[in-house]
Design a binder for this molecule. Structure first.
Ligand code: ADP
Length: 397
C-alpha cells in the first residue's frame, strides 16, 4: 500500500510517498515559496535529488500537481500512475476537542477542522488548503487527517484545565491541548517494542526536543500530561520560543517599551528561547561550539534548557507515580549527547543512570542507560510521516 503524506504550511508543503507495511520511502521532498517564486525539491529513493527553482506555483494546487507529476515521471518517477497512490494522509495541527484520533476526511470532518481554525490560525487554514488541493487533483482517493493534538485528548481535566475562570473553557475552549502528538505516539509505541512489554503496562516520558520542544507523560499508552499548552509557546524553552514564563512579564514589558500584544508575542515566539538567552543561536550545535569556546551565555542557555527538561521528567514521574523509561527524540534529543547527559545528571535518586559510552551515539534506536538503571533511557528517532502513513493505511482499508 502506497501512502502519500502531506504536511502543508502557508507557503510550503512537505511530502513523502511511503509504504507503511515495508516502511520503504519511495520518494520525498518539499515545495517552498508557494505563491512567491516556487522552489521544488524531489528525492526519489536511490537516486539523486531533483531541485528546481522558479517553478510556477501560484497556489498549493500547482505545488501538489508538481509532486504528482514527479512521482509518475517516466525518468525519475517511482510509480507507474496515480492509481498506485492508495490514500493520502494529511498532517493537521489542531483538532480541538473534536478529534481524539485520526479520521477519514468527509465534508463533516472538513467543517469540523475549519471550526478549529481560531485555535491555530496560522496552521489549520494552510492544512485545509493542502487537503482541498489534493481532493481536486485526486478525486476518489481516500484522504485521512492526522492531528498533532489528538494523542493528548486522553489527558484528565486536572492536567488540561488552566486555573482561569471556568467560562473561558466552556465558552472559548481555552485549555491545554498539547502538540507533537504524532511524534509522542510513535516513539512511545517504539519504546514498548524495544522494551518487549505491552504499552498498557508502561509509564513513559517522551522528550521531543527539536527546534520546537515538548514532553509528554504517557501512562499505559495514553497521554496524561504534556508541556505545550493552548498554543505551542508553552512548556520548555525552545529554539526561539520562551516556554513557560510569568504572564505578568507581558504587562511590565509592554508598558515599559510601548509594545502592542503582537510585538510582544513576536518577541516570545521568535526572539526568545535559547537564542534569546544565549545571544548566539537557536541551533544547539552553535551553542555547543560557543560554550566550548567559553561563551557563558551559550553555556547558560544549554544549562537552562536541560534544567527545564529535567524538571519536567521529575514532575511527570510524580504525575504518573513512577516511570519505566525516558525517551529522547527529535533534532536535539536524537543528536545532542551533551544535552542528554545534562538532563540525566542527578537523576540517580530516582533510579535513572545514563551510560556515558552508550550515550555517545546519534540518530539510532538504542538503550543509552546503564545496565543497572531501573529507569531505562532510550534514544528513538521520531518518524511522524510513518505514523501518519500507518494511521492513514488503517483508516483507508
Ligand atoms: P523541528 O522542530 O524544526 O522539526 P528538529 O526536530 O528537526 O526541529 O530539530 C532541529 C534542531 O535540532 C536544530 O535546530 C538543532 O538545534 C538540533 N540539532 C540537529 N542536529 C544536531 C546535532 N548534530 N547536534 C546538536 N543539535 C542538533
Amino acid at each position: 500500500m502506497n501512502i502519500l503524506v502531506i504536511n502543508a504550511g502557508s507557503s510550503s508543503l512537505k511530502y513523502q510517498l511511503l509504504n507503511p507495511e515495508t516502511q520503504q520511502v519511495l520518494a520525498k521532498g518539499l515545495c517552498e515559496r508557494i505563491g512567491i517564486d516556487g522552489k521544488f525539491t524531489y528525492k526519489p529513493e536511490g537516486k539523486e535529488a531533483v531541485k528546481e527553482a522558479d517553478v510556477s506555483m501560484p497556489t498549493h494546487n500547482e505545488a501538489i500537481k508538481a509532486v504528482l507529476d514527479a512521482l509518475v515521471d517516466p525518468k525519475n518517477g517511482v510509480i507507474g500512475s496515480m492509481k498506485e497512490i492508495d490514500a493520502v494522509g494529511h498532517r493537521v495541527v489542531h483538532g480541538g476537542e473534536k478529534f481524539a484520533k485520526s479520521v477519514l476526511i468527509t465534508d463533516e470532518v472538513m467543517a469540523a477542522i475549519e471550526e478549529c481554525n481560531p485555535l491555530a490560525p496560522l496552521h489549520n487554514p494552510a492544512n485545509i488548503i493542502g487537503i482541498r488541493a489534493c481532493q481536486d487533483l485526486m478525486p476518489g482517493t481516500p484522504m485521512v487527517a492526522v492531528f498533532d493534538t489528538a494523542f493528548h485528548q486522553t489527558m484528565p481535566p486536572a492536567a488540561y484545565m488552566y486555573a482561569l475562570p471556568y467560562e473561558y473553557y466552556e465558552k472559548d475552549k481555552v485549555r491545554r491541548y498539547g502538540f507533537h502528538g504524532t511524534s509522542h505516539k510513535y516513539v512511545t509505541q517504539r519504546a514498548a517494542a524495544m522494551l518487549g512489554k505491552p504499552i498498557e503496562e508502561l509509564k513513559l516520558i517522551s522528550c521531543h526536543l527539536g527546534n520546537g520542544s515538548s514532553i509528554a507523560a504517557v501512562d499505559g499508552g495514553k497521554s496524561v500530561d504534556t508541556s505545550m499548552g493552548f498554543t505551542p509557546l508553552a512548556g520548555l524553552p525552545m529554539g526561539t520560543r520562551c516556554g513557560d514564563i510569568d504572564a505578568g512579564i507581558l504587562q511590565y514589558l509592554m508598558n515599559k517599551y510601548g509594545m502592542d500584544i503582537d510585538k510582544m508575542l513576536n518577541v516570545l515566539n521568535k526572539k526568545s528561547g535559547v537564542e534569546g538567552l544565549s545571544c548566539v543561536s537557536s541551533d544547539f550545535r552553535d551553542l555547543e561550539a560557543a560554550a566550548g569556546k567559553g561563551d557563558r551565555k551559550a553555556a547558560l542557555a544549554q544549562e537552562k534548557f536541560a534544567y527545564e527538561v529535567r524538571k519536567y521528567v521529575g514532575a511527570y514521574a510524580a504525575a504518573m507515580g513512577g516511570v519505566d523509561a525516558v525517551i529522547f527524540t527529535a533534532g536535539v534529543g536524537e543528536n545532542d549527547k551533551t544535552i542528554r547527559s545534562m538532563v540525566c545528571k542527578g537523576l540517580d535518586f530516582m533510579g535513572l543512570k545514563l551510560d556515558d559510552a552508550a550515550n555517545d551515539v546519534r540518530g539510532k534506536e538504542t538503550v543509552i542507560s546503564a545496565a543497572d538503571s531501573k529507569v531505562k533511557v532510550l534514544l528513538i528517532p521520531t518518524n511522524e510521516e510513518l505514523m501518519i502513513a500507518i494511521d492513514t493505511a488503517a483508516l483507508a482499508k
